[in-house]
Ligand binder design. Structure first.
Ligand code: AQP
Length: 326
């Protein structure tokens, strides 16, 4: 199976990104041909500081590696270093109806969030994402729930292209984790945890113990005292239970039993301890990587070369099918 997925270098990677996407990638790289990217061109569709982008790309590189991504087992590269992504994105835009882009939930949400900067890139985001995926002959795209709609559109774009120009692309499928596909904000359990939202709502993979404790202890909970998984009545506690379960490997039912009659405070203290312990290796490995700038550059350069070979092959076929000169 060929796998593709990516992350925008828009800020600190959080446990939502990890549980929804990265954790799956680490498992998949063992038995599949995986291509993982830092999708920096996507990061430019929402307000960002040019002077911070390069630093963010290197930070995300370190977090990917600290989380267990193995460049010997996957292709790992920076999106903007492969020009074929933007070329294919343009070509695919000619088979994508505008209406399909306008109905995307993320476009609608981000247009509200960034009212002053609703640019064409934000609208075209899913076409670039389709190009990312289709360029590598991808079978499966492991992402969180918020990206499901975009993968479905990529599939639709592939289908349209194949119909118009003859079979060229595989139709990729989305792969969501059974649990953890949408980790919610600790400050607003109705909204997903997000890099660019309230930092108090978000546990970063590299958060220090004090920050973890503070964020968990101040996490919004629900009326009552019972530790019970019930998303409609207790969205706050249910989200914390999901996080507890995914980091401990214990089922939510067993966690409920363990905390029967114990109240929110005790539960939150235990969850803080669990996260402090489980996130410690990320911080340690990331720190080790701080001193390995040359190695990081070498890894990205190697990844660029390997990705480019596949991307160029695909583009040769696409250009021919679409009637362009060699
Ligand atoms: N809360 C979440 N729960 C589960 N999975 C999540 N993902 C994001 N948030 C959650 C998944 O993480 C991968 C990388 O996401 P991204 O960086 O490409 O962009 P995003 O989906 O827009 O993530 P953020 O954190 O919310 O970033 P900003 O604030 O920049 O918009 C994807 O697979 C995503 O599904």
């Amino acid at each position: 199976m060929r796998i593709f997925s990516g992350i925008r270098p828009t800020g600190e990677i959080h446990i939502g990104n990890y549980l929804g996407a990265i954790k799956n990638w680490i498992a998949l790289q063992e038995k599949n041909e995986c291509v993982f990217s830092i999708v920096d061109l996507h990061a430019m569709t929402t307000p960002y500081l040019p002077q911070e982008l390069q630093k963010n790309i290197m930070e995300v590189t370190k977090v990917y590696l600290a989380a267990g991504l193995n460049p010997e087992k996957c292709i790992f590269f920076v999106q903007s270093q492969i020009k074929e992504h933007t070329e294919l994105s343009w070509l695919l835009s000619t088979v994508t109806p505008i209406g399909d882009l306008q109905r995307m939930t993320q476009f609608k949400e981000k247009s509200v969030k960034h009212k002053r900067d609703v640019n064409a890139g934000l609208l075209n985001y899913p076409i670039l994402m389709a190009a990312d995926i289709l360029l590598y002959g991808t079978d499966l795209v492991p992402v969180g729930k918020d990206q499901k709609q975009h993968v479905e559109l990529a599939r639709e774009i592939a289908r349209r292209f194949n119909k118009k120009f003859g079979k060229t692309f595989k139709e990729p499928e989305v792969l969501l984790p059974k649990t953890g596909a949408k980790i919610m904000s600790l400050q607003n359990p109705e909204k997903k945890m997000s890099k660019t939202d309230n930092p108090q709502g978000c546990i970063e993979l590299l958060d220090k113990p004090d920050a973890i404790r503070k964020k968990i202890m101040t996490a919004v909970t629900d009326p009552g005292k019972e530790i019970k998984y019930d998303v409609s009545q207790k969205p706050g506690i249910s989200n914390l239970l999901t996080i507890y379960s995914l980091f401990s490997g214990i089922s939510t039912t067993d966690i409920e039993k363990e905390f029967e009659g114990k109240g929110y405070q005790t539960f939150k203290e235990k969850l803080s301890q669990l996260l402090i312990e489980k996130l410690e290796p990320f911080r340690r490995k990331k720190k080790e990587l701080e001193l390995r700038q040359t190695l990081l550059e070498k890894i990205l350069e190697e990844g660029r070369k390997r990705a480019q070979i596949i991307a160029q092959e695909t583009m040769k076929k696409v250009r021919k099918k679409m009637g362009l000169l060699k």
